[in-house]
Write a protein that binds this ligand. Structure first.
Ligand code: RI2
Length: 328
């Protein structure tokens, strides 16, 4: 049975109280850890079934950020690989807790390392544009600022949920001069911008980026204006499913985020579409900054091979079956 604490984490991911691709991945690991800690299972198999139940619950929260299923996969891969020799519930519990703790620690270290690596791409006097609210991008900007580099940042408000306001507040409180603009004003300001930095919800094997809706228009405009586009992405944002030709599902959120339902109901023949993410092709991205180093987007496939090469095709396809049946 799902504990109320685990259910609360899943609910908070779904309603975006916990948000950002890295944050929801760490939250997923935390939920699996709690499941292991709170379980009253009497056999190793029973505990693994409970962990699978939590995995299903988490996978059904938000579909796009691949960091979440990768966190689940990280923990469950370690758990299932010790199941055969596990004698007691404690054996499984110990492995699950350690795996979750490792994932969370790796994630936090990766963001810090991206901050250090990415800060090298910033020079004094830079005028930088960012979209939405990415902890990896903020780590880069914050690290560069602490190193004494002086630059300005323009932030899009990021409708409909205005995560750009969070970024504005975070950067401003570090001391970085920051300007908040309408999403629609990007091209107006772009001729004064030197570099664009964005985060990632997923990176596909072909180097395409899935990130907050509007990213692809910004990248397109930056390409036209010959402004470089950098993506900050931990390696657990790379999608192993895309290696075998799967598409990344784009989350579509409720119309009420855009228009009051009463107002909408009074407009004849009107529908509202609210995709939360879009896809930026690799050719509009200059570099991807990961914790392992900086790569061109075309090298995404090598990152995937390095990170997930040890998973057998069966393990990958098992995992798909889980996700697909969950969505049915
Ligand atoms: P970090 C966010 O998604 C944004 O799209 C952001 O670029 C991305 O996650 C990565 O964020 P949402 O949860 O992991 O706001 O870099 O829909 O914090």
């Amino acid at each position: 049975m799902t504990s109320s604490e685990v259910q609360r984490i899943a609910d908070e991911i779904r309603n975006m109280k916990r948000r950002g691709a890295g944050e929801i991945a760490r939250s997923a690991a935390q939920a699996l850890q709690l499941t292991a800690e709170l379980s009253t299972a009497t056999s190793p198999n029973e505990l693994v079934e409970e962990l699978r139940g939590t995995s299903q619950l988490l996978l059904a929260t938000r579909p796009t950020a691949v960091s979440l299923p990768n966190a689940v996969r990280f923990v469950m891969h370690r758990v299932t690989s010790v199941l055969v020799q596990a004698r007691t519930v404690v054996d499984i519990r110990t492995v699950a807790i350690k795996a979750a703790e490792d994932f969370i620690q790796n994630s936090l270290s990766a963001i810090q390392r991206i901050g250090e690596i990415g800060a090298k791409r910033i020079t004094d006097g830079d005028k930088i544009l960012t979209h939405c609210n990415s902890s990896a991008v903020i780590a880069i900007l914050g690290t560069a600022w602490k190193q004494g580099k002086r630059f300005e940042v323009t932030v899009t408000e990021t409708r409909p949920r205005f995560q750009g306001r969070l970024t504005t507040r975070e950067l401003g409180s570090i001391g970085i001069p920051v300007t908040l603009i309408l999403d629609d004003a990007v091209r107006f300001f772009l001729n004064k911008i030197d570099k664009v930095f964005v985060g990632a919800d997923a990176v596909a094997a072909n180097g395409a980026l899935v990130n907050k809706i509007g990213t692809s228009l910004i990248a397109l405009a930056a390409h036209e204006a010959r402004v470089r586009v950098f993506v900050a992405a931990e390696t657990y944002k790379f999608s192993p499913e895309t290696l075998i030709g799967e598409l990344i599902e784009i989350e579509e959120r409720d119309a009420s985020e855009i228009i009051d339902p009463d107002e909408l109901s009074q407009i004849p023949n009107a529908t509202v579409r609210n995709p939360a993410f879009d896809i930026t092709p690799a050719e509009y991205i200059d570099l991807i900054i990961t914790e392992k180093g900086i790569v061109p987007p075309q090298a995404a496939i090598f990152i995937l091979e390095q990170e997930f090469g040890l998973l057998t095709p069966e393990e990958l396809s098992d995992y798909h079956t889980v996700r697909i049946s969950e969505q049915d």
